[in-house]
Design a protein around this ligand. Structure first.
Ligand code: CMP
Length: 140
């Protein structure tokens, strides 16, 4: 498998509980490198753009409100098969279904407040990374 990049968000429920380092530990122990990272307050516009694919879902308003409710940490992760590897490290979207040792099993509060986001495919990773990082902010 080739070296890939994926986009990650440490969500407001995790930053509020001072879990950035704890989440990063799981990421690094999974064999992924954090090659870009910044803590930001996401605007309504950024959240609506980021989650545009979920616009018609009943939870869209709740999702956008949550993602703008406090600081998030946006990241670029790099490694062998990084997209699948990070999805494995995060665990299932619903923490009740997440495997032991995963970020969501360890830290998530609910399906909405689920501590982490990771890209689901190479195409979305590219778009998501470009929404938050310029090339010179990523140092692999
Ligand atoms: P994420 O990987 O960031 O992508 C879409 C998000 O929508 C997902 O994680 C969940 O946090 C959120 N989500 C999915 N289903 C629900 C739901 N039923 N209620 C609230 N939020 C949801």
């Amino acid at each position: 498998m080739a070296i890939q990049r994926t986009f990650s968000i440490i969500k407001p429920d995790a930053t509020a509980r001072n879990l950035t380092g704890a989440v990063n530990k799981v990421i690094e122990e999974a064999g992924l490198r954090i090659i870009a990272q910044k803590r930001i307050q996401m605007t309504l516009g950024q959240a609506e753009t980021f989650y545009a694919v979920h616009k018609e879902r009943p939870f869209f308003g709740e999702l956008v409100a949550f993602m703008t409710s406090g600081p998030v940490v946006v990241q670029v992760l790099e490694g062998e098969d990084a997209i699948a590897k990070y999805r494995d490290a995060m665990g299932a979207t619903n923490p009740a279904e997440a495997a032991d040792g995963t970020i969501r099993k360890l830290f998530a509060k609910s399906i909405g407040e689920n501590s982490a986001h990771g890209s689901d495919a190479p195409e979305t990773a590219e778009i998501e990374i470009a929404q938050f990082f310029s090339g010179n902010e990523i140092v692999g």
